[in-house]
Design a protein. Sequence first.
Length: 487
Amino acid sequence: MTKVNASLRMLEWVVPLGFGTILFVVVPLQTALELSADEGYELMKSLLVSRGYALYLSVWSDQPPVFTELLALLFRVFGASVFVGRLLILCFAMALVWMLWKLVSNSFGLAAGLIATALLGSSSSFLQQSVAPMTELPAMTLALASLLSVSRYDSTRRMRWLALSGVLFGCALQVKLTSAIFLPAMGVAYLVRNGQNLRTDLLRDIAVWFGAVLVTSGFIVLKFYGTDTLWEFWASHFSGTTNAAVPDKHTFKPATFFLHAPSLSAATTLGIALLASKRRRDVLCPATLFATVLAIHWEHRPYWYYYDLHFAIPMAWLGASGIVGWFGLLRDRAAPACGERRSMNRLAWLVYVLVISLTLAATPWLIWKHLRGLQTAPLASENELVVALRKRASNTSWVFTDRPLYPFWAGLLVPPEMVGIPYKRIWSGSVTESTVYECIARYSPEEILFVHTLRGWQTRGALAAYIRDHYEHDPAGGGTKLFHRTH
């Protein structure tokens, strides 16, 4: 028994370390230009904060501060580089894998934990988000850590685990507010495990947990937030102008999503069927998380690619639970039966085998496809825009751009209030051609780089006249994309 327990403890470390080692070896973390479209925003924000520019007071951000401040601290200690940011996010990803494996294997065994890890890796953007410094994955990791702490409290009844869960959830909310999607699932998990103790413990436990959340969040708010920070959050994410301007391509399309995740979708049906069979209550937590995410994204606009992670976590959990759980149920039903019952058992086995076959066929292929895409990412040293910016870096103080990853690679800064110009800022009206013109006129940046979001703005109105009078195209930097100041 001692040897078995030692093997189990070793496997707990093998799973996340093996996952992290594969990504570290396969993915060019130090040299790849771009592993995700939005990683430049977080890298540049953290670079500015590490140089002394205060978040929210001067550096624009529509996200809570914890991840930005943590990355800025690492930049101060180890130097600002893409590699530092990607290693940090890889550590969060390894922790997420470990916690999902732990939660699933605690209920359904080691095989289920391994299957959940594989299903998570097959999802459309998980591997990409595991190596790109962005806030979504760290927020989900801390929320899962909070859920795991709650389950630890349920088994030990030690109040410190409940308090820790609240602290972790408060931190998750201050990485990204989307971690709130875990609230209903955490409530369900608590009720399932504590049904007999509700009368005596419910109010006390709620007070401890929410108290820890509020104290943690409140401390971070008082420490870092500015007077207009909450309004900026609201205007960027929930304003009527933003919702009205979101194009159809940025809305959630369930049929398209589930068809593009065949192994996850097929396995998830088994998990939902396991819940419907009323044989296992321990799938209520991931089922609640899945239902919450589905309901929110069905209504909320916009839907971004990194929100796929919201679905991938509960679907991997449900899928692994369904695969292992139904195997046990069907095996138990395989006792000698006759007539109609035997026919039903055969039909159930047929459906089960078909789902397993699809999962086994699609999952390894999808994991390899995602890994291969990351492995073959273009190199920063070969990008003409990065090369052009590096050539004049010694004579450049500011670069105005809608893609801050390029000046980050050159070690250059962008104006703090324009560190990120995502579509949300344009849709909400907080960034217009006039605000761009005012910023450029105030900072007089030596370089202007329009890559994607603002392409075409340089040809209209006062902005176009200012650029025409003070800048010229840099052919070495992609023709009309890059401009450098002439006088």
